[in-house]
Design a binder for this molecule. Structure first.
Ligand code: ADP
Length: 603
């Protein structure tokens, strides 16, 4: 492969916990070359470590020496250089796809614990010195901030490097128990190596993320087990004051059903730890899907953008009845064209959105031909069961004038259809990165509002997105994703992270969409660090009662406000009222200091 020689080799999974499986090495090299060939941005040398507010430089360095002495020098690193890397060699120092200034969300140091006890030691150290800490598992949360902390100068706890064991795979119960550093690639390869053909792993679009980390941020995958948070059972959590708890059945010593029954007895605590800053998860269990005994992918195309409303009405009852068995994805043709991996300049150099005609002309050369929307689905089970469902789906989809079922046998082996086929059958892949090359130094953030699965909601959200993308001269890459009873519209905004004007436009566009959507009753399901305050502010029923509740829990569990301050818009008492919130009026990620004396000192 020519590409293999052009860039240094991607680390293999056999060499590194977050490496690429050997079977995907060539693909990784091609992806890496494609990205690096259009990268013009150089790594930035930081002469100074970003010291967090609330501690002097001197005291900070002394505290770091103390931590190094406790954990070993080799497990604590100061951050003096920011290298964006790429997906498979992601930085743990900052956001490799920063939509704000590169220097906004940066870590001061990275620490690598090897055990739960060491995580406890780090938490106690952070309380003693009042230094903010921010946990990551693998840090590939691309589009949402990656590995970056919300508060500049936080110490990032990179759990994945040394805590990456698969603690259990149970083929009878179809469960697993993992540490933070286990990636989808690693879990899948281990299941194959053990010959456990009866087990599937549900995987997201790209397989390099942490199984635990993805679930913590409520990420999704594409088998019927696609809701990763819903599929977890049991967590071990280090609290912000250093104690450890096990949730669900894990609280009962000697139990053997931790991964079987998520609730245990009493209040289910798990929810407060997801998309939050209430604890650091060191172990997590999951249900694994049993091999359904057969599967079959299908693709339908629909000719007109205006078909959207009718299509969504067709999808709703089929999805709720689980005739459509996995997360239903309706992708816009612009996304399909961008997946070719060519930069926008290969199609168009004018201002504004790439004209529809150019996108449609480009689509004509694809195997599926020109269209407005593509529906990728999969049906599971033995052949007769699949046929029963496929017949219903065909009858319903063909009600849309001009709908076409694409015969998979007509599609070449490298068609994107087969990527969806692998992902929806639990085989982790790497392809989805390609559309980020739309711009050199490509980065992305997403508008991701939740709505009912109704034609009128789909149209309203699509209109909001189109209007704002036009206003800010940005191309639009929408996909409608139907979980079960609700739908997310995911609009990816792709930008050149080395172009401050385009970054400003990307942020302004997303902020505009968030406000427009909230005005019509739609809220986001997940977001990038830069938008967490704004989105938290839209969930403000009854005078912000939910945030007041979150703040009460935060202050109680984390009296010194050391754990991931600001995550999901939840600011601890030390930071509140000091202008730390980001908004369109104030894009600065930092506020005016912290209260030094608030909270308990007795830890
Ligand atoms: P991935 O690599 O799967 O995308 P990350 O490691 O980037 O996952 O984690 C995504 C987000 O989830 C992090 O930014 C952090 O907020 C949260 N998170 C990840 N791991 C943990 C953990 N072990 N405990 C608590 N929160 C976590």
């Amino acid at each position: 492969m020519a590409a293999k020689n052009t860039v240094p080799p991607t680390p293999l999974l056999s060499e590194k916990h977050n490496g690429i499986p050997a079977r995907l090495f060539d693909k990784a090299q091609q992806a890496k070359s494609a990205i690096f060939n259009i990268t013009t941005k150089s790594p930035s040398n930081k002469s100074k470590v970003a010291i967090p507010q609330g501690i002097s430089e001197n005291a900070f360095h002394k505290a770091i020496e103390e931590l190094s002495a406790e954990l070993g020098k080799e497990h604590v690193e100061l951050v003096t250089k920011l290298v964006d890397g790429w997906y498979m060699e992601n930085p743990n120092t900052h956001d490799g796809m920063h939509v704000s200034q590169e220097d906004d969300f940066v870590a001061s140091a990275i620490v690598y614990p090897g055990t739960t006890e060491e995580v406890q030691a780090i938490v106690r150290w952070a309380n003693k010195h009042r230094i903010p800490i921010s946990p990551i598992s693998i840090g590939r949360n691309y589009g949402y901030g990656g590995a970056a902390p919300r508060v500049r100068g936080s110490v990032v706890i990179d759990l994945g490097r040394r805590m990456n064991r698969i603690l259990d795979i149970n083929p009878d119960d179809c469960t697993c128990l993992v540490e933070p550093g286990v990636t989808y690639f690693a879990l899948y390869e281990e299941i194959q190596a053990r010959g456990l053909k009866n087990l599937w792993v549900d995987v997201p679009d790209i397989g390099g993320g942490s199984v635990l980390g993805n679930a913590m941020d409520r990420g999704v995958g594409y088998t019927p087990y696609g809701d990763h948070w819903m599929m977890h059972s049991g967590m071990e959590v280090v609290l912000p004051t250093g104690e450890v708890i096990r949730t669900g059945m894990g609280a009962l010593p000697g139990n053997n059903s931790w991964q079987l029954f998520p609730y245990g007895f009493g209040p289910t605590a798990d929810g407060i730890f997801s998309q939050s800053n209430m604890g650091i998860v060191t172990k997590m269990g999951f249900g694994l899907m049993p091999n359904p005994g057969g599967y079959e992918s299908y693709l339908y195309t629909f000719p007109k953008e205006e078909d959207l409303s009718q299509l969504i009405e067709v999808i709703r009852p089929l999805r709720i009845a689980m005739i459509l068995e996995n997360v239903a994805q309706l992708r816009h043709i612009s996304m399909q064209v961008a997946l070719e991996g060519k930069p926008r300049s290969a199609y168009y150099n004018g201002k504004g959105r790439v004209p529809d005609k150019i996108i449609h002309d480009a689509a004509k050369s694809h195997a599926q031909g020109d269209c407005a929307w593509l529906y990728y689905g999969m049906t599971y089970g033995p052949q007769d069961i699949r046929k029963y469902k496929l017949d219903i789906i065909h009858k319903e989809f063909m009600k849309i004038p001009g709908a076409q079922r694409i015969d998979p046998t007509s599609l070449p082996a490298d068609d994107y259809f087969w990527v969806r086929d692998r992902v929806a059958s639990g085989v982790p892949d790497l392809e989805e990165l390609r559309w980020v090359n739309w711009h050199p130094n490509g980065g992305h953030v997403a508008f991701s509002p939740v709505s009912p699965v109704r034609g009128q909601d789909a149209t309203a959200l699509f209109d909001i997105a189109r209007k704002r993308c036009d206003e800010f001269d940005l191309d639009i890459f929408p996909t409608f994703v139907v979980g079960l009873r609700e739908m997310h519209l995911i609009v990816e905004i792709v930008f050149n992270r080395d172009d401050p004007v385009m970054r400003d436009k990307a942020r302004a566009c997303l902020r505009g969409m968030i406000d427009d959507a909230a005005g019509k009753g739609y809220g986001e399901y997940r977001t990038h660090l830069a938008f967490m305050d704004q989105i938290a502010g839209t969930y403000n029923w009854n005078d912000g009662a939910l945030m007041k509740f979150n703040e009460k829990i935060k202050d109680c569990l984390d009296p010194n406000g050391i754990l991931a301050p600001g995550k999901s818009g939840i600011w601890p008492a030390r930071y509140r009222g000091r202008g730390w919130e980001m908004s369109s009026k104030d894009e600065s990620s930092e506020g005016q200091g912290v209260i030094p004396s608030a909270g308990s000192t007795r830890l």
